[in-house]
Design a protein around this ligand. Sequence first.
Ligand code: COA
Length: 171
Amino acid sequence: MISIKRATDQDYKSIVSIGNIAVGEAHRESCSAKDMSEYLQVHYNDTAIREELDDANNIYHIIYFNSIPVGFSKIILHAGHPAIQQDNVTKLDRIYLLQQYQGHTLGFQLLNFNIKLSKENNQAGMWLYTWVGNKKAIGFYLKMGFTIIGEHQFKVSETCYNPNHHMFLTY
Ligand SMILES: CC(C)(COP(=O)(O)OP(=O)(O)OC[C@H]1O[C@@H](n2cnc3c(N)ncnc32)[C@H](O)[C@@H]1OP(=O)(O)O)[C@@H](O)C(=O)NCCC(=O)NCCS
């Protein structure tokens, strides 16, 4: 049984614990263990995620499998991108599932849920950043209809930047 629910400020612990595992696993080849742990300490601690949830621009959802939280997503509506003409586009800022729940269409369902929500908010498309070495995610986004529109160096820590694709899906 799968369900997707809007995250409330009570849900910060689920996001912190899933994020610390899934973000680390997805990016561990992209820089040193020290850089990755620094990134997680800064962005996936209780205070940082509570602040994220307090900001009404950040739309977080949690996906549950048999009532267990196994992944989350974050979108921001009206998040313009310099290479995209329209202003009414959505940024998919985060989407992470625990490893044992990957490859069973949960990501597909969670992304489609967010695309539907974005369309209901009169958005013209969705864009995202993804590390160029994250082949699974890139394959997934290409399959979902995204195309690569640019690249930049994403700051992980003071000592590590990794190349990210910019991908865009027009509705
Ligand atoms: C990326 C992620 C969200 C995808 O979710 P998922 O549940 O694993 O993917 P799904 O099972 O829904 O796959 C959907 C489709 O994409 C396809 N796909 C997945 N990986 C692929 C790849 N490397 N190449 C081509 N297609 C791929 C699947 O085959 C599936 O299509 P199918 O139903 O026709 O087989 C999930 O794997 C994840 O959380 N990964 C770790 C965290 C991460 O990297 N997040 C993204 C950061 S930018």
